[in-house]
Write a protein that binds this ligand. Structure first.
Ligand code: HEC
Ligand code: HEC
Ligand code: HEC
Ligand code: HEC
Length: 121
């Protein structure tokens, strides 16, 4: 029983790794998120090597639909949901969703959360 469980965990981990490697390099390598505070140049592919897609793109949206397609070629933009119509007021602007996501992980990993680490004038 136990070894079966361990084996399936190993398989799941290996599969996860293969999926992550297969999907790394998806979408633009780098893009600029415009902000009055100073534009943010975001290294998408570098971040993909550091972490799984789900750290930023939810696996599933509120309607249960995939937010990111299986091939990793299309992902719903954050502001399709995180806009003024979003029910949770703490996440009803792209900025709020981005700050929570980006700064949250940076804080956890002791990466800078200073404004000008991201916003460059
Ligand atoms: C550290 C955060 C982060 C990680 C990790 C990440 N992404 Fe993204 N990705 C973004 C952001 C932010 C955008 C831009 C979304 C927007 O403009 O609203 C984006 C955009 C995309 C787009 C383009 C969407 C479009 O149509 O313009 C694709 C495709 C994509 N990501 C796929 C992936 C895949 C596949 C992975 C995992 C291998 C991944 N991303 C990992 C943050 C991330
Ligand atoms: C299909 C709709 C949809 C899209 C697209 C979407 N979100 Fe969300 N997001 C949600 C919902 C629903 C919640 C849960 C809200 C709550 O907890 O009140 C959420 C929660 C969050 C949270 C708080 C919970 C957590 O996981 O920390 C953050 C941060 C977040 N989203 C960031 C993003 C970012 C960044 C993007 C784009 C890369 C994105 N979201 C794209 C619907 C979406
Ligand atoms: C899941 C964790 C995680 C998330 C989410 C995340 N980052 Fe990062 N980020 C890191 C790590 C780790 C580094 C590496 C720092 C180093 O190498 O010293 C980094 C580095 C950076 C850098 C420096 C340039 C580079 O890529 O090496 C910038 C700018 C940055 N992140 C912006 C962002 C923005 C903007 C977002 C949200 C769209 C974001 N990050 C989301 C973990 C994350
Ligand atoms: C880890 C990266 C990161 C850090 C650190 C960060 N931001 Fe941001 N900020 C972003 C991203 C990404 C956006 C979203 C840009 C967009 O919506 O296109 C944003 C958006 C904003 C916006 C709204 C867009 C605009 O027009 O300016 C303001 C204001 C802002 N940030 C202020 C700050 C301030 C003040 C600090 C420091 C206390 C800070 N940010 C730190 C990544 C960061």
């Amino acid at each position: 029983m136990r070894s079966k469980k361990i084996a399936s965990v190993v398989v799941a981990l290996a599969f996860g790794l293969v999926t992550a490697v297969a999907l790394a390099g998806s979408g633009p390598a780098e893009f600029v998120l415009k902000a009055k505070k100073g534009d943010v140049t975001f290294q998408h592919h570098k971040h993909q090597e550091r972490t799984g897609c789900g750290e930023c793109h939810h696996t599933k949206g509120p309607d249960g639909k995939q937010v990111i397609d299986e091939k990793g070629e299309h992902a719903a933009k954050c502001d399709t949901c995180h806009n003024k119509d979003f029910p949770n007021k703490k996440l009803n602007k792209p900025m709020k969703a981005f700050h929570k996501n980006c700064k949250g992980c940076h804080k956890e990993h002791k990466v800078s959360t200073k404004c000008n680490f991201c916003h460059k004038k």
